[in-house]
Write a protein that binds this ligand. Structure first.
Ligand SMILES: Cc1ncc(COP(=O)(O)O)c(C=O)c1O
Length: 365
C-alpha cells in the first residue's frame, strides 16, 4: 500500500548509466513530502558506484525517518578500507545484503541487517514470518554461516587480492585505444562519492559497437562470460577467484576486439541514451495490481496506466511499474533497447507485443 516517490538518479552522460541519488535530492524530496515513512536507497549500484550514504542517513535521521538500503551488490565492501562504506557502517537502519551474489553463499540466501532504534527488530521478525516460509532451510542457513565466517576471517585478504587483479586489468585496458573505463576520475558528485574498483565498467562506444555485441564476442569466441552488457558498455566483476591468467585472457580477447573493430568508426552506431523521465504515478502500485485490466497492443499504450512492470534486466531498473502512466518516451526507449538486442522483460506476454493496462472506465474514476 505504500505510495512510492521516486528520486531521479544522477545520469552519467559519458557512460550512459544511472548512478545513485544525492543527499540534496533526498533533502528536496523530504521537504516536498514531509509525511515520508522511509527512505530506500540502492547502494552501491550494480556498477559499483556508491553515493554519500552517510549524509543521506544523517539527513533522514534528523527528521526521524529510517533509511533502508538495497545492498545487493555490496556484501564484500565492509571488509576493506579501499571500498565504499557499507550500509551499516554508514548508519543505515535496514540493509538487505545479498550474500549469495558476491559473498559465496548458496543462491537464494541473504542477510537482512537491522539496527535497533527507528526500526523494531521484533516487527521485522513478525513481518518476515508472515511473508516467508516457517520451514527454514538449514542448508541455506549453514551456507550463510560459512560465508559469514569466511568473510569475517578472510574478507580483507580476498578484497586485497581482487583489488590487485582489478588494478592489473585497469592498467591493461588503459593501453587499448577506443575503450573507456569508469574509474576514480569519473567520480565528481555526491552521487558518485566512492566506488568499488573490482567492478570494471568498459565503454565500447568508441568502437562504434554495442556492449551486447561484445558480450556475444567474448562468449562465443573466447568463452568469457561478462556480468552484464548494455547499449554502450560491458561490466566485468573481478573476485579473489580470478587470477593473473583470467585477467590476461580477458585483456587478450579485448585487444582482438579492438583490432577487429577499430576501423569501424565510432560514429557508425549512435548509442547515445536518453533515459526517459520517471512516469507519473496515477494509482498506487497495489491498487493498479488489483484493478480490472485489459490487454492492448504495446504500441497503443501511450497515455494508459500500466498494470505490469517493464524493465531492461540486467540491471533491472523498471521503465515503468504498475500504476504509472505510459509515455511515448517510454515506448521509444523500449524500442531502442529491443533493437540493440538487450533483454527487455517483465510483461506477461513474453513477445512484448501486448501489455495489461487498467481498464479505461476504471482509470477515469
Ligand atoms: C539492485 C538489486 N537489488 C536486489 C536484487 C535482488 O537481490 P536478491 O537476488 O538477493 O533478492 C538485485 C539483483 O538481482 C539487484 O540488482
Amino acid at each position: 500500500g505504500a505510495h512510492p516517490i521516486f528520486i531521479h538518479p544522477e545520469f552519467d552522460e559519458t557512460f550512459g548509466i544511472a548512478h545513485g541519488i544525492t543527499p540534496s535530492a533526498v533533502e528536496r524530496a523530504l521537504a516536498l513530502h514531509p509525511d515520508t515513512k522511509a527512505v530506500l536507497v540502492i547502494n552501491p549500484t550494480y556498477f559499483g558506484v556508491a553515493g554519500d550514504l552517510e549524509s543521506i542517513v544523517k539527513l533522514s535521521h534528523s527528521k526521524g525517518i529510517p533509511v533502508l538500503v538495497d545492498e545487493a551488490h555490496g556484501v564484500h565492501i565492509a571488509f576493506h578500507e579501499d571500498m565504499p562504506l557499507s550500509a551499516m557502517q554508514a548508519g543505515a537502519d535496514l540493509a538487505a545484503t545479498s550474500v549469495h551474489k558476491l559473498g559465496g553463499s548458496l543462491t537464494g540466501s541473504s542477510v537482512l541487517n537491522v539496527r535497533r532504534g527507528l526500526v523494531s527488530p521484533d516487527k521485522v521478525q513478525a513481518v518476515l514470518s508472515m511473508l516467508t516460509t516457517t520451514s527454514t532451510s538449514y542448508l541455506l542457513l549453514a551456507s550463510l554461516d560459512c560465508a559469514r565466517r569466511h568473510l569475517a576471517i578472510n574478507g580483507e585478504a580476498m578484497n586485497r587480492r581482487a583489488l590487485e587483479l582489478a588494478t592489473r586489468m585497469r592498467f591493461g585496458l588503459a593501453k587499448l585505444p577506443y575503450l573507456a573505463v569508469f574509474g576514480e576520475s569519473d567520480l565528481h558528485s555526491s552521487a558518485t562519492f566512492a566506488f568499488d574498483p573490482t567492478k570494471v565498467l568498459v565503454s565500447v562506444k568508441g568502437l562504434g559497437i554495442s556492449g551486447h555485441l561484445v558480450e556475444e564476442f567474448l562468449r562465443e569466441e573466447h568463452r568469457i562470460e561478462v556480468e552484464l552488457s548494455d547499449l554502450n558498455n560491458i561490466l566485468v566483476i573481478i573476485t579473489s577467484g580470478d587470477s593473473e591468467e583470467t585477467i590476461d585472457a580477458f585483456l587478450h580477447a579485448m585487444s582482438l576486439l579492438v583490432a577487429r573493430y577499430q576501423n569501424n568508426g565510432a560514429e557508425t552506431t549512435d548509442h547515445s541514451i536518453v533515459l526517459p523521465d520517471i512516469p507519473a504515478l496515477a494509482l498506487s502500485p497495489r491498487d493498479a495490481f488489483y484493478e480490472e485490466t485489459e490487454t492492448i497492443p504495446l504500441v497503443d499504450a501511450v497515455g494508459r496506466i500500466s498494470a505490469e512492470f517493464m524493465m531492461v534486466y540486467p540491471p533491472g531498473i523498471p521503465i515503468f511499474i504498475p500504476g504509472e502512466m505510459i509515455t511515448a518516451d517510454n515506448l521509444a526507449y523500449i524500442k531502442e533497447n529491443i533493437e540493440a538486442g538487450l533483454p527487455v522483460q517483465g510483461l506477461e506476454d513474453h513477445s512484448l507485443e501486448t501489455i495489461k493496462v487498467i481498464q479505461q472506465s476504471n482509470a477515469i474514476r
